[in-house]
Design a binder for this molecule. Structure first.
Ligand SMILES: [Zn+2]
Length: 391
């Protein structure tokens, strides 16, 4: 952030200077043109016939001098501005690290499969954003193997989301109706909330829409038991159709935040249903990378300065802990209390019969023959009694 600010300061300086230059240059040129025009007029009036007399010659050289001065002045200003612009370039070089090679795993792009997977993630990201033409170009150029069935859910989601953003509920309602059972299964109230938005929209149109609103209320029948309280509130709004909802105790229902909320709910529930991640994996990776790179580059520099760069040789493990914040935390991790190491697929956590959990390596280290004694309570058991735990 500091880096961006310092570059922005330089850019602001240049912009201000360029603005001043534009005004100044305009004025100087205008002045020079006026001078030249005046001399031309004088020559004409004095009966110019190809030869200039002494007075005219003096006048001409005076004018030439002035124009020359203006041109010199402008060229000096231009040089100065050029210096300011190149300062921005230097500020960018100074503030941002361009060499990330030191923290790269060289083999990351070696395998054909890895490249294909990266292309696939980029392709899916563009599909999610609705940038179909870019996604299509990527398929053609990189030969990502994509079937139509892979594309369809993204296209459908995008179409529905776009409609929701334009306050058109129809496609979302049709989708929610068609997937009602599955949505109910995952405890989603998406369909109810979509109907609620439509109902409120009808009520807000005033008394002439009373019958439409009442008829529409039939759509709430399947939700009578699960959303009784909310339905009571909705029916209460009918009392205020005449005087307008915005001056009623129900005015909060008109808040535009409900439209933003429904987009979020739809994205979350639809992605869960289709087995997709709510956020684009590419955005998540880039966000995590932006947070992780500065500390990694710092530690690398410190290691090089102290000549201990060999310390970080294990490329699948980071030299420092990097806190990516809650939004980048997706699953629990387990650290073995005995070995003080994070569990991995090769060394998974295991549960002992007493309920205590340690890592598999720790279990084997503690074993005495086929018997093992829990390090926290004296319960004894056989090695086979320990069960692997999956987070
Ligand atoms: Zn125990």
């Amino acid at each position: 952030m500091d880096a961006c600010m310092s570059v922005e300061r330089e850019v602001d300086k240049v912009l201000q200077k360029l603005k001043d230059t534009a005004t100044h240059t305009g004025e100087s040129l205008e002045e020079a043109i006026v001078q030249v025009q005046a001399v031309a007029r004088e020559l004409e009036e004095g009966g110019y016939n190809g030869d200039v007399n002494v007075a005219q010659s003096l006048r001409l050289s005076q004018c030439l001098k002035k124009v020359q001065e203006a041109v010199n002045n402008l060229s000096a200003i231009h040089k100065d501005r050029h210096g300011s612009v190149s300062k921005v370039g230097k500020a960018i070089d100074r503030s941002f690290v361009s060499d990330f090679g030191s923290v790269l795993t060289d083999s990351a792009f070696d395998k054909e499969l890895n490249v294909q997977e990266i292309n696939q993630v980029i392709y899916e990201h563009f599909l999610r954003q609705g940038q179909l033409d870019i996604a299509q170009s990527l398929i053609t150029e990189s030969a990502v193997p994509v079937s139509d069935t892979q594309q369809e859910p993204f296209l459908e989601l995008h179409h529905i989301l776009e409609s929701l953003k334009n306050h058109n509920l129809e496609p979302a309602l049709a989708w929610a109706g068609a997937n009602r059972k599955a949505l109910e299964g995952q405890g989603s109230s998406l369909e109810f909330k979509l109907h609620r938005l439509h109902f409120i929209d009808l009520v807000s149109h005033g008394p002439s829409f009373q019958l439409n609103a009442l008829n529409y209320a039939r759509n709430f029948a399947p939700f009578a038991a699960s959303h009784a309280k909310e339905l009571q509130v909705l029916m209460g709004t009918l009392l205020y159709m005449k005087q307008g909802l915005d001056h009623s105790p129900y005015s909060s229902l008109l808040d535009s935040v409900h439209w933003l909320e429904i987009c979020d709910i739809f994205t979350r529930d639809a992605c869960t249903l289709l087995g997709l991640s709510v956020e684009s994996p590419l955005s998540v990776v880039i966000r995590a990378g932006c947070a992780a790179l500065p500390p990694l580059l710092n530690i690398k520099q410190v290691m090089q300065q102290r000549q201990c760069s060999g310390v970080w040789s294990a490329k699948d493990e980071l030299p420092v802990e990097i806190n990516l914040g809650k939004e980048c935390r997706f699953h629990s991790i387990f650290a073995c209390p005995i070995l003080r190491q994070q569990s991995s697929s090769l060394n998974p956590p295991v549960r002992l019969v007493c309920g205590h959990v340690i890592s598999q390596d720790a279990l084997h280290k503690l074993a005495n023959g086929n018997k093992v004694k829990c390090p926290y309570c004296p319960v004894e058991q056989t090695l086979n009694d320990a069960k692997q735990i999956f987070f």
